[in-house]
Design a protein around this ligand. Sequence first.
Ligand code: SRM
Ligand code: SF4
Length: 510
Amino acid sequence: MVEATKTAKKNKFEQFKAEKDGLAVKEELEKFARLGWEVIDETDLQHRLKWVGVFYRPVTPGKFMLRMRIPNGILNSQQMRVLGQIVQRYGEDGNADITTRQNIQLRGIRLEDVPDIFQCFKEVDLTSVQSGMDNVRNITGSPMAGIDADELIDTRELVQKVQDMITSCGQGNYEFTNLPRKFNIAIEGGRDNSVHAEINDIAFVPAYKDGKLGFNVLVGGFFSAKRCEAAVPLNAWVAPNDDVVKLCRAILIVYRDRGLRANRQKARLMWLIDEWGIDKFRSMVEAQFGKPLTTAAEEDLIDWEKRDHIGVFKQKQPGLNYVGIHVPIGRLYAQDMFDLARIAEVYGSGEIRLTVEQNVIIPNISDENLDAFGSEPLLEKFTLEPKTLERSLVSCTGAQFCNFALVETKNRALALARELDAELEIPNKVRIHWTGCPNSCGQPQVADIGLMGTKVRKDGKTVEGVDLYMGGKVGKEAELGNCVQKGIACDDLKLVLRDILIEQFGAKVR
Ligand code: SRM
Ligand code: SF4
C-alpha cells in the first residue's frame, strides 16, 4: 500500500494525486481536446497532464510543451520525421529541444491535437508517458552503446527493459505513477561516465566482481533548489541482465511505499536514505529484491575523461563511423529534424542518437560515405568543429518558455559564448552550463563554469543576474562544483567571464 494514503499530513500534490492519479488523464484526452484548455479542471491542466508528457506553459498559454521518452537517447529517422511533422504544424511556435536527459521536448503543441499526436506516436513506437512530475524520467545510457570499441557493457537493451517495466511498454503503469517525487535513472556502459551517473537517483556504473563484468550501483544523487547531492554507493553489484531491471523495481517500490511525502522539498530519494542510513536502506531494498544483494566491487571502471563526441570517430564495427554534430543549445526546428532524419537514412542506418550535452550523433556511416556526408548543408548550421565555448555549452529552457526561470538562458548563453569565442583564443574546452533558476535543470554543478539565474539589484533596479559556480568535474573523478560568487548582473557577466577565462583557463585575447 502506498504510504501516502496512510499519512494524515499531505501536501497539496499528495492530496491531488490521492484524489485522482495523474495517469488517469490518459483516458480523458479526447474530452480535453473537445472542451479546450481554457475550461478543463485546473489541476488536470497544470499538473496531471504532465503524467502523459503534456506541459501547460503559463508563459505561452494554449501552447503546450510535449516531453518525450527517448530511452538511451536513441531514435530512428522515421520517429524523428514524425516529431518534425508535429512541430511543423505550429509554424513559428513550433520547435524542439534536446534536453539534458538525452531526450526531446516539442513546443507549440495545441491541446486539441494531442489525441491525434498520440496516435502518430503509436504508429512509430514513440511514447511521452510518465515523462514529467512524480515519475521516473527519461532513462539515460551511454550514447555510444554498441558502437564504441572500448565499451564495457551495451546499455541499450537494459535501458529499454527498465523503461518497459516502469511504463508497461509505453502504455502507462499505475504501479509507478505515484512516487513521492521525480526520479532519475542512468545506466553507464563506458569508461567515461557519459551520463553524469553521480546526479541520478539510481546509477549503474561498470565494475568487475570476481572476474565478471557488471555494475556497481549508486543511489540518491539529485539536484533541487534546496539541496544538491552526489549519489552514494549502495554497496551492491549486479550482473548486466534482468537483475538490473529487478533492482530498479525493488528500489522504486521501497521509495514509493516508504519515501517521505509530507514535505515536497524533502521527498527525493536521498532524504529517505538520510533518514534510514544507507545500511537500512540497502536491507529494505534487498528484502524487496527477493535475494541477497552481492556486495559492490571495490572499484568501478570509470577511468576516462568524459568525451563530448563532437566530430568523426571510428566505430568498433570495421569500416563504420559515428559523427557527433553540434546543435547550439540543443534547439531544433522542423526543417532541422527532417534534415537529420534524411542524412541519417542516406549516409547511416537511419539511427539518430542524443547526448546529455544536447547534441546529436549519427552512427553507422561507412568510410566511403564520410566525404559526401561532410558536405551536407546541415553541417554548416550544426558543425563538426564548433568554437571552443559554443562546443561545450549547455543550457536549460529559461524564461522563453519556463515560468520558474529568473532569467533568459538559451539565447543569452549562445550570444555570450559566440562573443567570447570571437574575442578570445581558448586553448582547451571549457564547459559552461546555464540554468535559469535554482532547480538546476541545466546542471551548473557539473560544469567548469556554471551560471544559475537569479535577480540582482543594480543601480537601484532589479535586473537579471547569475550566481557563479565553478569546479564541477565530470568523467573519472566526477565532483560537483560550488557557488563561488553570487549575484552578478547579466550585463556585467561578459567581463567577469572574460577575466576567468584568461586567468584560469589560459585564454588569450585574439
Ligand atoms: Fe528540470 C522542473 C526542464 C532536466 C531538476 N524542469 C522542470 C520544469 C518541468 C518546470 C516547469 O514545469 O516549467 C522545466 C520545463 C521547462 C520547459 O518548458 O522546458 C524543466 N529539466 C528541464 C529540461 C528540459 C532542461 C533542458 O533544457 O534540458 C530537462 C528535461 C529532462 C528530461 O528530458 O526529462 C530537465 N531538471 C533536469 C535536471 C537534469 C538531469 O536530470 O540531469 C534536473 C536536476 C537533476 C535532478 O532532478 O535531480 C532537473 N527540474 C528540476 C527540478 C528540481 C527537482 C527537485 O527535486 O526539486 C524541477 C522543479 C520540480 O520538480 O519541482 C524541474
Ligand atoms: Fe526552468 Fe529553472 Fe529548470 Fe531552467 S532550471 S528549465 S528555468 S525550472
